[in-house]
Design a protein around this ligand. Sequence first.
Ligand code: AOF
Ligand code: ZN
Length: 337
Amino acid sequence: MSDIDVAMARALLLARRGPSSDPNPRVGCVVLDDAGEVVGEGWHEGAGSPHAEVAALARAGTAAHGGTAVVTLEPCGHTGRTGPCTAALITAGVARVVFARPDANPDAAGGAQRLRAAGIHVSQIEDLGLRTEADALVARWQQAQDLGRPVVTWKFASTLDGRGAAADGTSQWITGAPARQDVHDLRADADTILVGTGTAWTDDPRLTVRDRRGADRPQQPRRAVMGLRGLRPGSVLERTGATVLDTRCPHEALRRLWALGSRHVWLEGGATLAAVFWQARLVDHVVAYVAPAFLGLGAPAVADLGIGSIDAIARLRLDDVTRLGDDLRLMLTPTPD
Ligand code: AOF
Ligand code: ZN
């Protein structure tokens, strides 16, 4: 591994210190001096805070002069919430910039060109493994940019016969503890947990991300409730100030969540709300927890998806199967018809 590859691997690690879901991508930067020694490190802490390059240059000070900035993302050439990184790199007098992947945000793109115009040697890292890692780091953010709306992951738990609740309406617990903990781990990747007002009224859920001991984690996604019924007075969500989206339209709900900075919505139910998103083709990923159990009569975990005959069957691509205790977790992607 070259010095540059080592620095890029380090920059990728630093980037992971940033929030996993934010309107901005996670970015890390390592500054090397003209002898190849690390003189500054930085990462982006989320929208509104300094970009990774600016943070790393601040630590490097004058040692950056004639040195190399190694960045996981092409430095931005625009003034958004903060100034352009290209300007900061030029002012610091770096001789060389190596980045791992281009910035696909049309506003921020063009950074490499600007740096070149200022006489800086700019290149994309050669190592394909490092490029792939940099892509994976911002995959969810990139998907949301491409869609122009938050990515939607629909999660549900069901029995073998597709039931989400028993005939008397009771539904806790279908899956075992390992599967329930897994939900918390996956929830942490989203910035918003969304349920319908129906679910909010019946279940009075907390919708927080908890650790293995059941304590709330420090970084919590936004909790949002969608529908025209509002929140039950005195419910947990009302007391803790959940976001209320007083609309039945899933497009409108996602527009509002996007404006609030949301890029990945974790849709937890109920079945009717999920079906509304599905029929609007707004479901990007499905996570299904299947318990080895029957309920026979009872409420289906999945509501009417508007499928009238076998020709219209909704098939999904099976991306992964994992056993969690006695349950199965299926990761799926809807396939276009
Ligand atoms: C970088 N370094 O650390 C990050 C970049 O609104 P702003 O000013 O925070 O700009 C956000 C955009 O800048 C974001 O959409 C992405 O294109 C880029 N993010 N660029 O050079 C960084 N976080
Ligand atoms: Zn920047």
